[in-house]
Design a protein around this ligand. Structure first.
Ligand code: SF4
Length: 346
């Protein structure tokens, strides 16, 4: 069986380290996820990622530390003003630290993310960052996933102990959200100028997004230089305004993940490729990282995602093992063999 010769050439050159450009990424996304071309794409990306990162997977933890009716009003999010069913709540310091302890106890966490709504209280957030920083291992990355902020706030967060920030110009930003794409880009520049690591993602992917839209959105992460890139599908929330548009398959998500992994070959700082929510197809198509989650989760209908959509460290470790990874890497440069996940369940 032969595949499209242009796809074969692109995958061959990617194997030698050359990243596909924007047009080439859009081309790779035009093939149906069930095609032979998409299967070769996933396989090539998987092999390249395993070689690139020494077949080590990374485990991140995210804690959603508050819930409010969010003015971001993203039409796919369970916290958005206009359709959220959640009452406002703030996680106590003790509960935050309890979740931090749960994520860091085994020493296998690479990076810890703290998530707020679009608006946040900078004084409260810097306080939380300071108490969390004291409790996590020194080399562990501490990343904020928050709304737009300026250079002064970026510096304040850095001084408190933050090492990075997740910030995305989403698919449909400004039309499926109430947020300004230019303000999102300004925050990304503030992150970079403050010397913080910048984390990005192609999200939230729905069936309506064309190959070109996906390629243009994911390429921003390459152009600005992200340390972590990923692909995330929009999760079907029956009560959200975008519910009728449906949800892509994990197989299509794996195809986008594969393209993200190849595109970031042009980005020397990238050390993590993620797939959200974590699944084996993505982890065998170029992703090397996944999240454990606690507290608020914009893709969940449960106030605390622990035990619901959110996975714990053990679940993540098991999934990496099932996907064939042989080690866990950490930001403190440790490399922990991943060989006995079922033999040693403690
Ligand atoms: S995705 Fe973020 S910014 Fe958008 S409504 Fe949800 S919490 Fe707010």
């Amino acid at each position: 069986m032969r595949i499209d010769s242009k796809v074969a050439n692109l995958l061959d050159t990617a194997q030698s380290g050359r990243a596909p450009g924007l047009d080439e990424c859009a081309f790779l996304l035009e093939f149906p996820e069930t095609s032979l071309e998409a299967a070769h794409l996933r396989a090539a990306s998987d092999a390249i990622t395993r070689r690139r990162f020494g077949n080590a997977g990374l485990i991140f933890g995210q804690i959603g530390i508050e819930i409010a009716s969010c003015p971001g009003a993203c039409r796919f999010c369970s916290f958005a003003a206009g359709h959220t069913a959640f009452a406002a709540s703030v996680m106590s310091d003790d509960d935050i630290l309890g979740n931090v302890a749960g994520f860091t106890a085994s020493g296998e966490l690479d990076a810890l993310f703290l998530m707020t709504m679009h608006t946040f209280d900078i004084e409260w957030l810097t306080h939380i960052v300071e108490i969390v920083r004291e409790r996590i291992p020194q080399g562990t990355e501490l990343v904020v996933n928050i709304g737009d902020f300026d250079g002064a706030q970026a510096q304040a967060l850095k001084t408190a102990g933050v090492t990075g920030a997740y910030h995305v110009v989403r698919l449909g930003e400004g039309s499926d959200t109430a947020l300004d794409p230019e303000a999102r880009k300004a925050t990304i520049r503030a992150i970079k100028e403050a010397g913080l690591d910048w984390w990005y993602c192609c999200e939230p992917i729905g069936p309506e997004h064309s190959p070109r839209e996906l390629a243009e959105q994911l390429f921003l992460g390459v152009r600005y230089g992200c340390v972590g890139h990923a692909a995330m599908r929009r999760v079907h929330l029956p009560s959200s305004p975008l519910a009728a548009r449906g949800q892509i398959s994990e197989l299509r998500l794996a195809q986008v993940t594969a393209v993200v992994a190849l595109a970031t070959l042009a980005c020397p700082d990238t050390r993590a490729i993620g797939v959200h929510e974590p699944n084996l197809l993505g982890l065998t198509a170029g992703a090397n990282s996944l999240f454990a989650e606690a507290g608020a989760n914009p893709r969940d209908t449960c106030e605390n995602t622990t035990g619901h959509r959110g996975r714990d460290i053990r679940d993540c470790k098991t999934m990496l093992y099932e996907a064939g990874f042989t080690a866990i890497g950490t930001s403190s440069k440790r490399r922990i063999p991943l060989t006995d996940v079922f033999r040693n369940p403690a």
